[in-house]
Design a protein around this ligand. Sequence first.
Ligand code: NAD
Length: 360
Amino acid sequence: MEKKIALIKGDGIGPEIVDQAVRVLDKICEKYGHTFHYQRVLMGGESIDATGVPLTDQALADAKASDAVLLGSVGGPKWDSQPGHLRPEKGLLQIRKGLGLFANLRPAYLYPQLKEACPLREDIIGDGFDMIVVRELTGGLYFGTHETNEENGELVAHDDLRYSESEIRRIAVKGFEIAKKRRCHVTSVEKSNVLDSSRLWKKIVHEVAESYPEVELTDMLVDNCAMQLVKDPKQFDVILTENMFGDILSDEASMVTGSIGMLSSASLNETKFGLYEPSHGSAPDIAGKDLANPIATILSAAMMLRYSFDMDKEADDIEAAVRKVLEQGYRTPDIRSRISPEGEIAVGCKGMGDAIVAAL
Ligand code: NAD
């Protein structure tokens, strides 16, 4: 198969981790006879330095013309004093909107070899957990009108939270489709005891559920979900939720795994097109030192193969290679054991890439 991949290396550790993901993709090409054509696209700080803006129209057009986008991460102290519309992170919002990426997928998986990094008690962790947060990404509170006005001599702020039936239906369909590929359980998270937008959310999710009789649906209020994530994370398979709840819950879900450098993410539109990136930021504190963990980006590349290219076998292969190198003891500094580091093989970003390529 031949595919065109837009590569946005970005800032901080971005170039280092994307380089390792590309090596892994090249190995997959060699093994399975595929050809991936890469096109460099500038975004974030790198784009500001080169063009004055975080994302040019041409860069967006190049990303659109590809089959998928692989992104490192953007941002850093160098651009912190830029005005809001010229900050690197603005490029991220622009590309999500420009590509119509309404579904954000964030898996939270606890590797048995990294159990020690999990902040939860042993009896809560049990055999580990494996969930994915499916978050609506282009509607709701973050995209409504935001206003601050003076009323009766004081400032009053107002943010508009709005969801249409079609916005809810398309993300619900994604959630159920993903559940079908996993353990067939969707937990729909809302605040229907208070919010109209949540009552509509619940109604539409139940309508969509009728087309997926093989998938079990559980309704859960967002406050309860925040508790259940630390009380019993094993109960979750797919967490389906709106933009702001998903923003908060996906960070909570990733924190309970304890290893930010391991967590991938995908943002999808209505077609097979997607943007794939690690869940973490550009880690300026360790940039350029060969200390970054490239696994989150490598697993994001595996998600790209699975969700955009329907290469499930190749994606399984990468995920198995990651598990294998962890079993062999390879550790970047962020996942080194604080209790029993004996038997571990300390590596940097490139060394971890070498090990995963070798495991493939
Ligand atoms: P961060 O995720 O970059 O870093 C938080 C901590 O985790 C740091 O100690 C860092 O060294 C560590 N870390 C992160 N990724 C790691 C990896 N792969 N391997 C080892 N350690 C890793 O979050 P931050 O410090 O809050 O943000 C830094 C910059 O990243 C900011 O400019 C922020 O706006 C930006 N950011 C970008 C994105 C994105 O591009 N999607 C997301 C979040 C933050």
